[in-house]
Design a protein around this ligand. Structure first.
Ligand code: HEM
Length: 497
């Protein structure tokens, strides 16, 4: 009896699957789609999954992915990974379609449930109505002049410079300092009080610092998002403990802000800009304020640190570029004895500085890859047929990885030296199409100008204070840890004096 029910269910399932397949084939033909190249076939994609995890551990997964696109002479391919078929694309038209022109055909997949324990209902993790509501609250904050307060940043730069001076020209990891700098600057700007990781010892900050908990949690949430529908299986004790540290820390500030009267809030706003106090003027819903703070922290801290770290890595390897940068900085802003001339607007006019920032964002996009899921059966413009010029078909639920790392190192757009650091290329690039470090379309980064100002200021101050730089990197290209954002796996070993 049981056997016959099982048999009947299997038969029904098989019929449904076959009917679905036929329907997809019919749609693909109707919409004039070609076949998408299938690569690295192995049974169920187990071997490929093992290789992917090994490459991730070695910090070479981004390079390997770029190699695969090159090896197969394609910009779009598919593979099976643990039984699930995934599409990969570095094709500009496809990426533009996903993030912009066909925005409504795609969702952010399992990002919401995977990230929810950290980000709640904030802008980075949500979509649809919740995302729109979050965006309405946050957008006005990012057009305000006060948000780009360089005086506040200078306080943290000075703390960092003191540490660099103490190295007395010896080698150190500047990425570690940049992570602390951006944490101190972000907590200052977001909470109105810095965690001062550049001035406190680890002992003073306790076993689990906000910093260490925040760093660890990002690895957990990214791993959860990779697991897709199985995200819930990955919820270890350490993850929960880190979350507890982060939420308790954040809550202390939120409660403090909520206890202020409107007059007290106004008085604080007049003194200087604090994201938290401005938010509390708009909403007094504790969880909403809490979620916004952590979303902006996640969106802004590691991304900016990744940008300045990778730029320093390249400047140290290319002393002639550092010389040019110093010349540009000294001509525009002098030796740093008078900082009143350094403004967001004046930094934009410092051409070589701008070229360097662009070049680092091109070669090392802080968000090197991104992922979307088809919400409905749809197509993408390229990747089909023998030459990849036909459309491709995507069934509902189809996952697509977009490799910005590969796109922005494409010889098609950047020529034979696409894989080399050459800031001068930006002198002639007027309208860079294949350059989307901040994404494009409705989900484009809200903090783009803020990030560029912070990164430019940090780099120009270093150029003013430390004329000599030397690289101590032993390996090139550097190994990269690519989670939701990227980090140079072995740090950035330099000496500055
Ligand atoms: C170099 C630095 C940065 C880079 C490369 C960068 C890049 C990005 C990218 C690629 C996205 C889209 C992610 C997605 O939804 O798939 C994004 C979103 C976002 N970024 Fe940035 N970001 C940077 C710095 C910042 C900073 C400093 C802030 C705020 C202080 C910020 C705030 C945001 C916000 C709020 C979103 C969500 C926008 C939305 O979903 O509508 N970002 N960023």
């Amino acid at each position: 009896m049981f056997d016959s029910i099982l048999l009947q269910l299997t038969a029904v399932l098989a019929v449904v699957l076959i009917a679905q397949q036929l329907y997809h084939r019919y749609l693909a033909r109707k919409w004039a789609c070609g076949d998408i190249l299938k690569v690295d076939q192995d049974y169920f994609g187990i071997w490929q999954a093992r290789k992917l995890f090994a490459d991730r551990n070695d910090g070479v997964d981004l390079q390997e992915q770029r190699n695969r696109f090159n090896r197969y002479h394609t910009e779009t391919f598919r593979e099976t990974l643990i039984g699930r078929e995934l599409y990969y694309t570095s094709n500009l038209e496809n990426i533009k379609a996903i993030v912009n022109f066909q925005f409504n055909d795609f969702s952010i997949g399992y990002r919401y449930p995977a990230f929810k324990p950290l980000l709640g209902d904030g802008i980075f993790a949500t979509e649809g109505h919740k995302w729109k509501v979050a965006k309405e609250v946050l957008r006005p904050q990012f057009v305000r002049e006060q948000i780009r307060d360089l005086d506040h940043l200078e306080v943290h730069i000075k703390n960092m410079a003191a540490i660099i001076n103490n190295t007395h020209g010896q080698v150190f990891d500047i990425q570690d300092l940049f992570l602390r700098l951006t944490l101190d600057a972000s907590t200052d700007f977001l909470f109105g009080e810095s965690v001062s990781s550049l001035t406190k010892s680890e002992y003073e900050m306790g076993k689990y610092t906000f910093e260490s908990a925040f760093n660890k949690v990002q690895k957990y949430i990214f791993a959860r998002s990779i697991l897709q529908s199985l995200y819930w299986t990955y919820n270890p004790k350490d993850f929960r403990e880190c979350l507890n540290v982060i939420h308790t820390f954040t809550d202390t500030f939120v409660q403090k802000a909520l206890s202020l009267t409107p007059e007290e809030l106004d008085a604080k706003s007049k003194k200087n800009y604090t994201f938290l106090y401005e938010l509390v003027k708009i909403t007094r819903h504790r969880k909403t304020v809490h979620d916004h703070l952590l979303n902006i922290m996640l969106a802004g801290r590691n991304t900016t640190s990744a940008l300045i770290s990778s730029l320093m890595l390249e400047l140290a390897r290319n002393p002639e570029c550092y010389e040019k940068l110093k010349k540009d900085v000294f001509e525009n802003f002098g030796d740093g004895s008078d900082l009143s001339c350094v403004t967001v607007e004046s930094m934009k006019k410092c051409n070589y500085l701008r070229y360097c920032i662009n070049e680092a964002l091109r070669m090392y996009p802080s968000v090197p890859q991104n992922f979307r899921c088809a919400k409905t059966a749809t197509t993408l413009p390229r990747g089909g047929g023998p030459d990849g010029q036909d459309k491709i078909f995507l069934k509902k639920g189809q996952a697509v990885f977009m490799s910005f790392y590969t796109l922005q190192r494409s010889e098609l757009y950047y020529g034979k030296d696409a894989n080399e650091f050459n800031p001068d290329r930006w002198a002639t690039i007027k309208n860079p199409g294949a350059f989307m470090p901040f994404l494009s379309g409705p989900r484009i980064c809200l903090g783009q100008q803020f990030a560029i100002a912070e990164a430019s200021y940090t780099i120009l101050r270093i150029a003013q204070m430390f004329p000599n730089i030397k690289s101590f990197e032993t390996e090139y290209p550097p190994r990269i840890s690519a989670n939701a954002t990227m980090k140079l796996r072995d740090g950035v070993m330099v000496s500055l004096s």
